[in-house]
Design a protein around this ligand. Structure first.
Ligand SMILES: Cc1ncc(COP(=O)(O)O)c(C=O)c1O
Length: 446
């Protein structure tokens, strides 16, 4: 097993290590690799390694690295109107918001722009609370909704509990519910929904909104049964709670539909999005709400704002990104390549005893590993995400990387979420790298 010792290889890595904090880490464990170039769906390191990116970094570079239309739009906007306060408007902001109203389901029509998925969710909480006059936000345990106080309190992710609650307490007004996770929970997905129904009743009408990732991302690529989201929509209506879909990861074609809500014909009251919105060429996020919610704020105060809300350059990138998804048929490609990827990953599950379960839809897939073919015995505990302890998943990821393919791993799951423009040859290359890497976990089975 390789050690976790950081090894700065270039002057940039050494300089960075000295002066920049790494995210979510004990700083002694921070060991970034310098990236000097990109090419299509690959990035090139300072060592000259060309790496096939099969996680789209943090499930965000959905356009790959060569989106010329976005690069041109950014350059043009920087030269014409690089910034104005949100009190002014530029064409990209107006047109992008109109486009989002067109692409999102139902009567979702008005957008609040921000710069990160975290902020998109924070805005959703404020909007839901103001609109309903209720305090609580219900979310699920296996979820990630952001890094700031309220969004992290809404998350059930190991990052929420990594620091003792005496030092970093949850903000008030958050309530947690169970997840649809047949492989790893004692509740069936149906029972988890009954539980939510009962919880909403027991909370006595105090819940403003239920917040879910329609397909869970960094907490294990959990995929609900087909009738889960429609039933959750009914349950929230029965209890006069809004439904907020966090589509920060799943938005913009990742699942083979523009939004994962479309997979289930569900019309949420609010959708939050970021990552794929610009293909991550610029930091931009959005909180889109229904006409009914938008109308409420005609006379009531929307007590929220940011210096960079609706940043012209970021909105120009967003508009050009949407045009790129459309012009290149990337949503359709995600659906087609997703079906191919699914077959190939199922093949890995058949061949490798440590590949426990494949999950996901479109190009939002993952494989959860297990020490036992009989049942789920994880190689990683949830707490290992933050413990800094090296796990078998780290070894699998490293072997795949040595084979030239980058996968990100999270809570016992290899995340397989490539850019949406990949073809069969890319999938074959990635699956071959993972096929070899899974020998590592096979050898570690109980
Ligand atoms: C589903 C989901 N929501 C919210 C966030 C937070 O987004 P950001 O890191 O842009 O603040 C993430 C980030 O990974 C996410 O996956």
């Amino acid at each position: 097993m390789a050690s976790n010792e950081p090894t700065a290889r270039t002057d940039v890595e050494a300089l960075d290590r000295k002066h920049t904090f790494g995210t979510w880490s004990r700083q002694r464990d921070v060991d970034p690799t310098e990236v000097v170039d990109t090419d299509g769906v690959r990035f090139v390191t300072a060592d000259g390694d060309s790496v096939l990116d099969f996680s789209s970094q943090l499930v965000c570079t959905s356009l790959g690295y060569d989106a010329e239309r976005v690069a041109d739009a950014v350059a043009e906007q920087v030269r014409s109107v690089p910034y104005v306060s949100p009190a002014y408007v530029t064409r990209p902001r107006a047109e992008l918001a109109a486009k989002l109203a067109e692409l999102t389901p139902g009567s979702l029509s008005k957008t609040f722009f921000s710069t990160s998925g975290t902020e998109a969710n924070e805005a959703a909480f404020k909007i839901a609370r103001a609109f309903t006059g209720k305090e609580q936000i219900m979310s699920r345990y296996r979820s990630y909704h952001g890094a700031t106080s309220a969004s992290l309190s809404a998350s059930g992710d190991p990052r929420r509990t990594a620091v003792p609650s005496t030092i970093q307490p949850d903000v008030p007004g958050m309530v947690k519910a169970p997840d649809p996770y047949a492989y790893g929970s004692s509740l069936t997905p149906e029972q988890s929904l009954d539980y939510i129904d009962e919880q909403l009743a027991l909370e006595g009408g105090t819940v403003a909104a239920v917040l879910v990732e329609p397909l869970v991302g960094s907490n294990g690529v959990l995929t609900p049964p087909d009738d889960y989201m429609p039933r959750l929509r009914e349950i929230t209506r029965d209890h006069d709670a809004l439904l907020i879909c966090d589509e920060v990861m799943t938005g913009f074609g990742r699942t083979g539909e523009w939004f994962a809500s479309d997979l289930y014909d569900v019309e949420p009251d609010i959708i939050t999005m970021a990552k794929g919105l610009t293909g991550s060429y610029q930091p931009l996020a959005a909180t889109i709400v229904t006409e009914e919610i938008a109308d409420y704020f005609e006379d009531e105060l929307l007590n929220h704002g940011h210096t960079f809300a609706g940043h012209p350059v970021a909105c120009a990138a967003g508009l050009a990104a949407v045009e790129t998804y459309e012009a290149e048929g990337l949503v359709e490609n995600a659906r087609e390549m997703g079906a191919y990827l699914r077959e190939e990953l199922e093949g890995l599950v058949d061949r490798h005893p440590s590949a426990g379960e494949r999950r996901g839809i479109g190009l939002h897939q993952g494989i959860e590993l297990t020490r036992s073919t009989e049942r789920r015995v994880p190689f990683e505990r949830r707490s290992d995400k933050m413990s800094g302890e090296r796990t078998v998943l780290d070894d699998v990821r490293e072997r795949a990387y040595d084979n030239g393919v980058y996968f990100f791993t999270s809570v016992n799951t290899v995340v397989v979420t490539p850019p949406l423009g990949v073809d069969e040859a890319h999938v074959d290359e990635a699956v071959a790298a993972l096929d070899d890497a899974l020998e590592v976990s096979d050898a570690e089975m109980a």
